[in-house]
Design a protein around this ligand. Structure first.
Ligand SMILES: *Cc1c(COP(=O)(O)O)cnc(C)c1O
Length: 541
């Protein structure tokens, strides 16, 4: 009954929670041994194959009462195996191809335990003496990957107390907010009596500069985190302007130019334009060089949201897809997407090493002027040493390893696109530019019918197909064998009507061609047995 010793019931046992147990807790150490030697097998065995309805899961998490009495570690561990682990989503499964969250390399597991154990706080050197230089190096490596400056540049700036070449964040959302925060503060900088927006706020800044408002322009496929930034930074969601895209989901730069001119004519200053390098829904990349030209023309900040696609820069064979990114004033990259780092790793990079001056802040007890504390240039305060895991992946996988992973994902996406196109009852909606594509199930007879149908019949069939697609996706998820996500696009082949599509992200290196073939076979079966098929679509066959 060694477990008993870990019940936190007395002051003595409470203190023992903070020391290494002499005899390890049996349940926890069993879990630990299993995940250390065979994580994939452990997950396969312990995550239930068939989905349990959410409302039933919620019943296990109903009580709002903090437990009065301490609990044995073993009892807790067993309980979470049954209630939490068993109903977790198997994001690492090779047939889980619906989201950007995928499998992790095995070595991040023990390393992340070391990271948690060290519990370094990156906000200040005093709690992260070696981690701060490491994080600065990781930012420098990614800066070099994107901007390709000479080593001398990094010798000068990477460890400079004055600035930082980027900011390590919890994710792409905070990275985007930080980029636009800097864009805003650099635009509304101190001048004459005006002490800058940071000191005097937005209203005083508008008076001083004589603007009626600020605007940010981005493709209609831009990520919702940019809208949040517009809200937070006082720009307003109405001035966060979405610009139409062409048939390949790339922003129409000419339309963006016209919109920018119209806004400036109204006295509204375009603060930034944002290019998306890998849209979340379709994986397409905006024409970054043309956008850089536009930004220079209207004198505004050029941000590139490469949260998803940024890792493509690691492949010499594919990095040309992001040509022009090196002209961006700032770039967001999520290491927790295509760089196979666990969540909590977003990075924003700045072309100009002094850009972070615009948001610098100090405090007396930490972040003193002249210190190398990273916290003086970040939105977040206390932060974990996640850079350690990015660093590990960059070294252990290496640039060449990433190139192989990225090239393989791109090949696989092209393979899957060809597979879809070869099936008469499937339809590819967006071609993969990166390893992301969208498609749907459309019976051959319906395809034929749509060619001759009148307007109303077409709209009715579109609605029926939307119902079918949504229902299929849900049933596929519930069956638990495989997973694709779904989104809604407005493709020209559906007369720009809202169109529900399956969305696939081919990031897991273990996803095989056979799995992809099986997914189409499974979806065909699901379609034919779907209640929506019989109810709404069958009458048009
Ligand atoms: C995922 C993503 C984000 C947001 O990143 P989080 O890490 O989820 O905060 C922003 N932009 C794009 C293009 C993304 O794909």
């Amino acid at each position: 009954m060694s477990d008993k010793r870990f019940a936190v019931a007395s002051e003595h046992s409470l203190m023992r929670v903070f020391t290494v147990p002499e005899a390890p807790d049996s349940t926890l150490s069993k879990i630990e041994a299993e995940i250390s030697s065979n994580l994939a097998g452990f997950l396969n065995e312990n995550i239930a194959a068939v989905e349990k309805p959410l409302h039933e899961i919620e019943r296990d998490f109903e009580s709002a009462q903090i437990p009065e009495e301490p609990m044995f570690v073993s009892a807790h561990a067993q309980d979470i195996m049954d209630k939490l682990v068993a109903h977790s989503v198997h994001t690492a499964a090779p047939s889980f191809i619906g989201h950007m969250t995928s499998a992790l390399p095995h070595f991040v597991l023990p390393l992340s335990k070391l990271m948690v154990g060290l519990n370094q706080n990156l906000v200040k050197i005093e709690t992260s003496k070696a981690f701060t230089p490491l994080e600065r190096q990781v930012i420098g490596m990614l800066h070099h990957m994107a901007y390709d400056r000479k080593q001398g540049f990094y010798d000068k700036w990477m460890h400079s107390a004055k600035t930082s070449l980027g900011a390590f964040c919890s994710g792409g959302t905070v990275a985007n907010i930080t980029a636009l925060w800097i864009a805003r503060n650099r635009l509304l900088k101190p001048e004459g009596d005006f002490k800058g927006i940071g000191a005097q706020g937005l209203i005083a800044a508008m008076f001083h500069y004589g603007y009626k408002g600020l605007a940010v322009l981005v493709s209609e496929r831009g990520h919702y985190s940019l809208g949040k930034s517009a809200d937070l930074l006082g720009i307003g969601r109405d001035h966060f302007i979405s610009i139409p895209t062409d048939k390949d989901n790339k922003v129409d730069v000419e339309a963006m130019r016209k919109e920018a001119q119209a806004l400036q004519a109204q006295g509204i200053k375009v603060m930034a334009i944002v290019g998306v390098a890998g849209t979340t829904e379709t994986g397409n990349i905006d024409p970054l060089n043309e956008m850089a030209d536009l930004a220079a023309e209207i004198d505004c900040h050029f941000h590139v949201d490469a949260a998803w696609g940024g890792a493509t820069l690691l492949s010499q064979n594919a990095r040309h897809l992001l040509a022009g990114i090196e002209r961006a004033d700032s770039i967001t990259i999520d290491a927790h997407k295509q760089m196979y780092v666990p969540m909590g790793a977003g990075i924003v990079l700045f072309k100009d090493p002094t850009a972070t001056d615009a948001i610098e802040h100090h405090a007396e007890y930490i972040l003193r002027k002249g210190s190398k504390d990273l916290g003086s240039h970040t939105l977040e305060g206390s932060r974990p040493g996640m850079a350690m895991l990015v660093h590990a992946c960059l070294r252990i996988i290496g640039r060449k390893g990433y190139e192989m992973l990225i090239d393989k994902s791109l090949d696989k996406a092209r393979y899957f696109a060809d597979l879809i196109k070869a099936e008469p009852d499937f339809e590819l909606i967006s071609e993969p530019e990166l390893c992301l594509l969208t498609y749907r199930y459309v019976p051959e007879a319906i395809k034929a019918r749509l060619k001759t149908a009148d307007e109303q019949t077409k709209l009715d069939i579109y609605a029926a197909l939307n119902r079918l697609s949504a229902s299929m996706q849900k049933r596929q998820r519930e069956a638990g064998r495989s997973f694709v996500s779904r989104t809604r696009l407005t493709p020209p082949e559906y007369d720009y009507q809202p169109t529900v599509v399956f969305r696939v992200v081919l990031a897991n290196p273990l996803t095989s061609k056979e799995i992809l073939q099986n997914i189409l076979a499974e979806q065909r079966e699901l379609a034919l047995s779907d209640p929506m098929y019989k109810k709404y679509l069958a009458k048009y066959l």
